[in-house]
Design a protein around this ligand. Structure first.
Ligand SMILES: C[S@@+](CC[C@H](N)C(=O)[O-])C[C@H]1O[C@@H](n2cnc3c(N)ncnc32)[C@H](O)[C@@H]1O
Length: 218
């Protein structure tokens, strides 16, 4: 993702500490209480987390459409978080939080069984075998997500890379997930509820087929 270097991004996102959480460790195990302010604590409100959310089109749209779900978007770079922040402020969503955080440390930010759904959309494919451990669907990552998911919690995964997709299917199966729904051509099928991401829009324009699956914690 080519993003302009904006030296002010950090200052700007710091001004919105009600939406951008810099020390997520403080909320580990208590995210639901953090979200619900006006309506009182609702222990049944699900938490959905997007890993490597990018500029936030997907998560801000989800937040707008699904008010009874709490969403958390994670990305590393402040410029990207700023772009996502602008979208959630513009859409005036109250159920979306952003974490400038490294997914490698995700177990420090969430408690076991705290998450209902993870989304992984168009993560970096890291095509070289020697870099495979960096793929967000490598077993080492899937084990972390699995711990944080509730029983029957799920991961929804989309990618343009068939190689990454095939690799990931194996990793999911070997990490205690059941694959429920799978397509090799998302936009050639019937998925009216699909919400596109920034990367997905680019791939669609180029006529590249999108792979998608849902994996459930067994
Ligand atoms: C290829 S982009 C895809 C962005 C978005 N999901 C989309 O589909 O438009 C991958 C994103 O993952 C983020 N990312 C990669 N590794 C990460 C990590 N370890 N922790 C947090 N974010 C990460 C990058 O900063 C980048 O924004």
């Amino acid at each position: 993702m080519r993003i302009r270097n904006n030296p002010k991004a950090l200052d700007i996102i710091k001004e919105h500490d009600e939406k951008v959480i810099f020390r997520p460790e403080k909320y580990k195990g208590n995210w639901k209480k953090y979200f619900i302010k006006e309506d009182g604590y609702n222990p049944n409100t699900p938490i959905h987390v997007e890993l490597g959310m990018g500029r936030g089109k997907f998560i801000s749209t989800k937040g707008l459409l699904y008010k009874d779900i709490n969403f958390i978007g994670i990305d590393l770079r402040h410029e990207i978080i700023l772009s996502a922040l602008e979208k959630i402020l513009e859409k005036d969503t109250h159920n979306v939080l952003l974490l400038p955080y490294n997914i490698l440390d995700i177990e420090d930010a969430f408690e076991a069984s705290e998450i209902d759904t993870f989304y992984i959309n168009f993560c970096d494919p890291w095509p070289k075998v020697r870099h495979s451990k960096r793929r967000l669907t490598h077993k080492l990552f899937l084990e972390k997500y699995r711990t944080l998911l509730k029983n029957n919690g799920r991961i929804e995964f989309k990618t343009d890379s068939r190689e990454l997709f095939d690799f990931s299917i194996n990793e999911f199966k070997e990490s205690g997930f059941e694959i429920l729904d799978i397509t090799y051509d998302l936009h050639g099928g019937d998925y009216p509820e699909n919400i596109t991401t920034e990367y997905e829009e680019k791939f669609i324009k180029k006529g590249i087929k999108i792979n998608r699956l849902e994996a459930v914690k067994k």
